[in-house]
Design a protein around this ligand. Structure first.
Ligand SMILES: [Zn+2]
Length: 504
């Protein structure tokens, strides 16, 4: 039967695609950890060859025939979840590979390095004008590339979809409005609170803190038999190398927030390695990329790792390991680690203000691609939005519009993922609370089994067979809903900052 033949071909293309992705992830891990400077040139040649082989998978006759067969069919008519996912991911990759215009990509690649250099120079000189001509060029090229891939779709939706499959700016804008209004109102109340957290400045021997963070990570459910730790990098990340192989890379330092870097990456890794046998055999392991993956990481980092119950269990152990903490109470420690400080810097922001940083970047990108904002007005808009959302003003473009490398580093249509991650993490928490209302009592006793069993059964086992919207709907009844995340923050921060009339 023709259907079975095409499924077989799509499945073998998917296998090869995943093998190439594993090689690319290994290269990335190696590049940030131990690739020697004189090894870079040859590695780039190998990486370019692998990228070509990966793209070529979609130019074969069997790929074209399978695409023709399924392109105009209704995917919902495919009953089998695995087969439907294989077809969906195949068509998505096929369209991107076949319709990506080579000439535009060539032009984009030609200015990529110069764009990054211009951004670095602009930061050094604190002058947005140095970066502006490059920004104009890369935004315009990205728009044309997106319109070549999907001529009938808004360019920004196509760009976002490369990271968050199916992303739709209209729907996201709606939820981001709900989120930003709620956050602003919470932030105003926090600012008028009398509670003032102290600043924790603690630093111990890096290897000592690392050993502690690794123990907590393993106790939270991360299995070293399905991964490994690596401390040779500057920023934390997780590498997805196989269905039972997800590595955690982190920097090494002696501050206690190293624990949160570990818990974040462990959230990604445990999600990656939690696929069931059917999912793994079909090479659909790894979890849903983009916002949903971020949700699993932020859930582990913040909703578990920064919760009061977590530290009810671990704070005495932290004090036993690091006696400097004997001078502070659990309550003050908990307040300090969750302190809210509106600032101009996204990277070091807290749970409440973080999303405002992200939403304003999303709005700038969206408005540019809608034709409502010119590149030359981006710096001005940036500063206006910081004033509006966070009531702060960057002193210069280096700490303002030039702070993130994303637009210089080929991450355009990417910022939404961070805030989507937080929204989905709220929906996950809501679903767990409804199924296991007393799960926090486990956390208070250092027990993670019931939580991990729930996450395995309801999320991790499915790998990437569903889209983020489908899975969010399956667990919480809604495809995207900012309210549970806002409820979580309002609840947590009204207790922390002793807020009176909080809209809980
Ligand atoms: Zn992450």
């Amino acid at each position: 039967m023709l259907y079975n033949k095409h499924i077989e071909n799509i499945s073998s293309i998917n296998n090869e695609f995943r093998y190439y992705k594993t090689i690319e992830s290994l290269f990335e891990l190696d590049q940030w950890s131990s690739l020697p400077s004189e090894g870079v040139t040859y590695r780039q040649q190998v990486a370019a060859h692998i990228a070509d082989q990966k793209a070529n998978l979609f130019f074969s006759d069997k790929a074209k025939q399978a695409a023709d067969f399924f392109l105009n069919s209704d995917l919902n008519s495919i009953d089998d979840d695995i087969e439907r996912a294989l077809v969906r991911t195949f068509l998505f990759r096929y369209k991107n590979a076949v319709h990506t215009p080579e000439e535009l990509i060539r032009q984009y690649n030609l200015i990529k390095a110069d764009t990054m250099n211009a951004w670095k120079l602009a930061r050094k000189e604190q002058d947005f004008q140095i970066f502006l001509p490059y920004l104009e060029k890369v935004f315009e090229l990205k728009k044309q590339i997106a319109l070549s891939i999907e001529p009938n779709k808004p360019a920004f939706d196509t760009l976002m979809s490369l990271n968050d499959e199916g992303a739709n700016a209209e729907q996201i804008s709606c939820e981001f409005n709900v989120l930003s209004n709620g956050l602003k109102s919470l932030l105003d109340k926090i600012k008028s609170s009398d509670v003032k957290p102290s600043v924790l400045s603690f630093e111990d021997i890096p290897t000592h803190m690392e050993a502690f963070a690794r123990r907590l990570t393993c106790e939270s459910g991360y299995k070293e038999s399905c991964g490994a730790f690596n401390n040779q990098v500057v920023h934390g990340f997780a590498s997805f190398l196989g269905p039972r192989d997800s590595r955690i890379s982190t920097p090494i330092h002696g501050r206690f927030d190293l624990i949160f870097t570990y818990l974040h990456e462990a959230g990604h890794s445990m999600y990656c390695s939690g696929g069931n046998d059917k999912v793994n055999n079909a090479n659909l392991w790894g979890g849903i990329e983009g916002g949903f993956h971020e949700a699993m990481a932020r859930f582990n980092e913040n909703m578990i790792g920064r919760s009061y119950e977590y530290w009810q269990y671990y704070f005495p152990q932290l004090q036993a390991e690091f006696p400097a903490f004997n001078d502070i109470s659990l309550d003050d420690f908990y307040l300090s680690m969750n302190a809210v400080n509106p600032s101009v810097k996204r990277i070091s922001s807290d749970e409440v203000t973080y999303n405002l940083h992200v939403i304003l970047r999303f709005e700038i990108e969206r408005d540019y691609f809608l034709g409502k904002l010119d590149c030359c007005d981006i710096e001005k808009r940036w500063n206006e939005l910081y004033k509006k959302y966070l009531d702060v003003c960057p002193e210069n473009p280096t700490e303002g519009v030039l702070q993130d490398m994303h637009w210089a580093g080929d991450y355009i249509g990417y910022f939404q993922s961070y805030a989507l991650g937080n929204i989905y993490s709220g929906q996950i928490l809501q679903a767990i609370n409804s199924d296991i209302p007393d799960f926090k009592s486990d956390i208070k006793n250092g027990k993670f089994d019931r939580l991990n069993n729930w996450l395995n059964e309801n999320i991790r086992q499915y790998g990437c067979i569903y889209t983020a919207s489908e899975l969010a709907e399956k667990i919480s009844g809604k495809s995207l809903d900012a309210k549970p995340f806002l409820d979580y923050l309002n609840n947590k921060y009204s207790k922390l900052y002793k807020l009176k009339d909080c809209d809980k």
